[in-house]
Design a binder for this molecule. Structure first.
Ligand code: ZN
Length: 147
């Protein structure tokens, strides 16, 4: 094993405190999946404190399929990720932390619900800064769903 792939010693592990927020990218392909994605979006909006991202029918950033983003605080993870697992209706969902390392966050730190899709990691910077990060802008609450 070469040294670049040696697991870090326990005392040098990255802690969860590195995670500023999470994204869940909900992918869809074709009208039927877009309808499923709309239902899931409404279900999420009625239950969780999240930022509902814009519909991205045209490909954007590292994504190879139409999608929208859900962004949320780390404290929301334990509720929303199981909900997405149970209600994704066959859609692929990329769940990734935001730690200031966009390429690793999308490629190495990512969780997939359903089929894992290709991600264009090469368009993402290795390092970001809090200033350069997209700020989390909550725009949906269970009592005021922002759909
Ligand atoms: Zn993202």
């Amino acid at each position: 094993m070469d040294s670049t792939h040696t697991p870090a010693a326990n005392n040098t592990a990255t802690t969860n405190a590195a995670i500023r927020s999470w994204h869940a990218h909900v992918y869809y392909d074709g009208p039927a999946q877009r309808t499923a994605a709309a239902l899931l979006r409404a279900q999420v909006a009625g239950r969780f404190v999240v930022q509902l991202g814009r519909w991205r029918d045209a490909l954007v950033g590292p994504h190879n399929r139409s999608m929208y983003m859900l962004a949320f605080e780390p404290a929301v993870f334990a509720g929303i990720v199981p909900f997405l697992a149970l209600n994704r209706q066959g859609l692929s969902v990329l769940v990734h932390p935001n730690t200031g390392a966009p390429r690793d966050d999308h490629l190495r730190h990512a969780l997939w619900l359903g089929e894992a899709l290709p991600v264009k990691g090469e368009v993402l910077p290795l390092v970001s800064t809090p200033e350069a990060d997209e700020q989390l802008v909550i725009n949906s609450w269970p009592d005021r769903p922002g759909v």
